[in-house]
Design a protein around this ligand. Sequence first.
Ligand code: CO
Ligand code: CO
Ligand code: CO
Length: 327
Amino acid sequence: MGPEDLEKVLRLLPLDDLGREILVGLDTPDDAAVYMLDEETALVHTLDFFTPIVDDPYDFGRIAAANALSDVYAMGGIPLSAMNIVCFPCSLGMEILARILEGGLAAIRGAGAVLLGGHTVEDAEPKYGLAVTGRVHPDRVLTCQGAEEGDLLVLTKPLGTGVLATALKGDFLTEEEMGEAVEGMASLNDRASRAAVLAGAHACTDVTGFGLAGHLLNMLSGNGLGCEIEVSRLPLYPRAREMAEMGMVPAGAYKNRDFLSPMVEIHSDVDDVSRDIVFDPQTSGGLLLAMPEKALGVFAREMGGECFWAPIGRFTANAAGRVRVLP
Ligand code: CO
Ligand code: CO
Ligand code: CO
């Protein structure tokens, strides 16, 4: 659901009796909740599921599971256990469902977590995802807030998965041709999360349905900061620019733009494709981190040579609550 509709619904919930154990709950824009058990242990709870964005059922399973696990990593946590959430038309055949769940299980095991169970519903359109429980030390929870003036904004996966998935649906691209994006979406944010914790990142979220602009705006809520990003630094998956130029921009990108554009200032020299990418809804995107420049050395070392990351902007004291998109 788009950010505008979701906000309307959540506004109707009475949320005035939050308990002291809730370290992160519905009153902040984080995608996972954190519940404190004792001084040493807090649990991280999250769930996510969606319709297939690639054709191969095994890849879809890996991607949907990696996407759900990501919200635990975004809180600086470690996944412990997962439950499958399945909607499936039985007419498609059980082999396909088995492949989806196999892919999901591979991602859960890759995260060092265990699959505990799940729930299945017969439905016209397949949907798959996970409810995940993780753990984190109560003093070391990363949230999307907490950025400080002068912090660098770091992104740990390329952008453009919404555009590529749209092109795939329209048969302008095969799944093989977007292989790098498929592997990117199926990969876990585990290493980036650990590197962020060790480097002392100030804030963290992950880039998913609300796009880079939407999730970045969550990092600005309530801390009086703005953020500048440079589109020349935005990393894109192969073919994403070409597909966006052909108009393969998902409806969700326009929904995001309509809702978010009052808070996003786009410099007149920014090209149309880069603007679309800023609002492109991502699936299983990278972590978006705020960290002081001096933390970058530790972060780079922990990420190692083969893990992607890129600094794409900076938090500023001016333009509070706004994202400025520069060429
Ligand atoms: Co998230
Ligand atoms: Co979600
Ligand atoms: Co049940």
